[in-house]
Design a protein around this ligand. Structure first.
Ligand code: F6P
Length: 587
């Protein structure tokens, strides 16, 4: 390998690099932003530079191996455990529920389990710190697999970085009779995180290397290019996770069902992936209506209004998924963008059921909650998005749209194009029509409508995820929460985010990593002198920073050398960091 390529592969991990396509995403109009996101998402399918893409032989080979193992486990009445942190954990949950239902429909005794770092609350509200807890990762895995004899474990970490997942992979390798470990992420193993994990002797890189040498271990790590917003793995990382795992699990289920149900042939993994690529293209045919939705959501956020996603069925979960990650990414308030789902906890069927805030009040996530507690207080500054791919909910949708309109709030409809009557409810409003997936019965030899409808559903959800990611990201960009392609005001709420914050400060203040590290500490402790904390563990800094606002903006100003903590905080009271950096020259 030549030295340039070596360097490229071994420096900053791809998932933490800025994407060259989105360098100026912060200065575009809503329409420009959506076009740039469209280009950036295309890398999921085109691949990035010389790295292995989702369509390449190595990837397909690894996917086939997972299909084979999954089919084996499903047939042996074993368990498939899907695990991850943040968006990766939410997708683990979502897929476990979906495929568990399918397993039951097929009469299989195998089970699906999900693990999300931080527990079920992390499905709705981001919990970043548990990502760093490798021990808890092991305990959680031991618990869900306690009475299982054969487990296919799939650990999802887009950046090949989460200690929580590293602990679990290590646990699997220490219990070879039970576990078949799979690692899913989007960096080459050489770029897995090398920091030794706090309280352990290993880094993620050590664990990934061990897994590479482990006989039954599988690493599935195609590259989909850097994220549109640097490091925001909820976007392409989350989408690619959904695409790969759905393709794999669908194929495994069809394989298992085939012997008893049908004699025909099954589509290849390439064919499944092509379906998603087609859906990607179809989604962005809505460029102008998605741009309009970005404008409406941005208007709301700019006026301190709220953006609500209300949804039905599995498509509705995409709203919860999208909303939850806005808090750490943009330092948004939990209420800025919120998701509600018809049936709430009952529909989700999550392990822990209803979540009580402070042990007292139920966290409101159902459509009824929306209607009773939020709808009456809507104002003309709010935006309500209706996500409904099925026409059978038209009465409810019509009623809610009417009530919303009476309050003067903006309305966005995301509706399946074949549901003409439902589309009519959104006439003269912002309507995004979900294109029908292309015909794909040949993938199942035309015999199994159940698979046909699940694939349809998966593709629709994917389309909705792309749309909502564009709406929330675009709206925050317009609001000024992104500088260049960087989350200039991210929450410093775990080890990875602490280091990401240091890099961002170093970039914008144009100072060394050491200086920037110091400035981040000064900002966290709101003190110009931080000698006494220099030797503390990162977890100590994070535990304080998690509850704070504007850690990165303050640190950027302090790192320039032109401000002390007091003057930086003072200036940021009246101006955003984006505004200051765009309009002042500090050198
Ligand atoms: O730490 C925050 C975060 O980056 C989330 O945004 C993301 O969903 C989660 O971590 C998981 O990241 P990964 O999949 O790389 O482990």
């Amino acid at each position: 390998m030549d030295s340039k390529r070596y360097e490229e592969e071994n420096t900053v991990p791809i998932t933490e690099r800025p994407n060259e396509l989105t360098r100026d995403i912060d200065v575009g109009s809503a329409g420009d932003i959506v076009r740039i996101l469209r280009q950036c998402d295309s890398q999921i399918f085109s691949g990035w530079k010389h790295f292995q893409s989702i369509y390449d032989e190595e990837t397909i080979f690894a996917m086939e191996k997972v299909v084979e193992k999954a089919a084996e486990v499903l047939q042996q009445s074993g368990a498939v455990v899907l695990s991850g942190c943040g968006t990766s954990g939410r997708i683990a949950f979502f897929l476990a529920q979906k495929f568990s239902k399918l397993a039951k429909e097929q009469g299989l005794l195998a089970s699906y389990e999900y693990i999300i770092a931080g527990g079920d609350i992390a499905l709705f509200m981001s919990q970043e710190a548990p990502e760093d807890d490798w021990r808890k990762g092991q305990e959680d895995l031991a618990q869900v697999s306690s009475n299982k004899t054969r487990v296919l474990y799939i650990g999802i970490t887009c950046g090949l970085s989460a200690p929580y997942v590293a602990g679990q992979l290590d646990y699997c390798m220490n219990h070879p009779d039970v576990f078949i470990p799979v690692l899913l992420g989007f960096n080459p193993v050489s770029q897995a995180r090398r920091n030794v994990i706090e309280g352990w002797s290993k880094s993620f890189y050590d664990v990934a290397c061990a897994l590479q040498d482990y006989e039954s271990g599988i690493i599935l790590n195609p590259v989909v290019g850097p994220e549109a917003i640097t490091g925001s793995s909820r976007m392409k990382g989350g989408s690619a996770t959904k695409i790969l795992l759905e393709s794999i699990l669908l194929k495994a289920h069809i394989t298992v069902g085939k012997s008893s149900l049908m004699p025909g042939c099954i589509g290849t993994l390439h064919q499944f992936l092509l379906m998603y690529e087609h859906m990607y293209r179809a989604t962005y045919l809505n460029h102008s209506s998605i741009s309009k939705a970005v404008e409406l959501a941005a208007k709301s956020l700019q006026c301190k209004g709220q953006v609500y996603y209300t949804g039905w069925g599995s498509s509705g979960f995409m709203g919860l998924l999208d909303a939850s990650e806005c808090v750490p990414t943009f330092s948004a308030h939990f209420d800025d963008i919120r998701g509600f789902l018809e049936g709430g906890y009952h529909t989700l069927k999550n392990e822990e059921g209803e979540y009580l805030l402070n042990g007292l009040t139920k966290l409101q996530i159902s459509l009824r909650d929306f209607q009773e507690s939020f709808l009456p207080n809507l104002t003309l500054h709010d935006t309500v998005t209706f996500i409904c791919s099925e026409g059978n909910v038209i009465q409810q949708v019509r009623k809610l749209v009417n009530l919303t309109e009476k309050k003067g709030a903006h309305v966005i409809g995301i509706v399946c194009e074949k549901e003409k009557e439902l589309s009519n409810v959104f006439r003269n409003k912002c309507l995004i029509e979900l294109k029908q997936p292309s015909r794909h019965e040949q993938l199942f030899d035309g015999h199994l409508p159940v698979f046909d409808s699940i694939l349809n559903q998966c593709l629709m959800e994917m389309s909705i995820k792309w749309i909502l990611n564009a709406v929330s990201t675009g709206a925050h960009i317009v609001k000024g929460k992104v500088l260049g392609s960087f989350m200039i005001d991210l929450k410093v709420s775990n080890n990875k985010l602490f280091h990401r914050a240091v890099s961002i400060v170093s970039k914008f203040a144009r100072v060394s990593q050491e200086r920037s590290h110091l400035a981040v500490l000064q900002s966290i402790y709101r003190s110009d002198v931080v000698d006494s904390v220099l030797n503390q563990q990162v977890s100590q800094h994070v535990s304080i920073a998690t509850a704070m606002d504007q850690v990165v903006p303050v640190a950027v100003l302090v790192a320039t050398g032109k401000f002390n903590i007091e003057s930086a905080v003072e200036l940021l009271r009246t101006k955003t960091i984006s505004h200051i950096l765009k309009n002042c020259c500090f050198n």
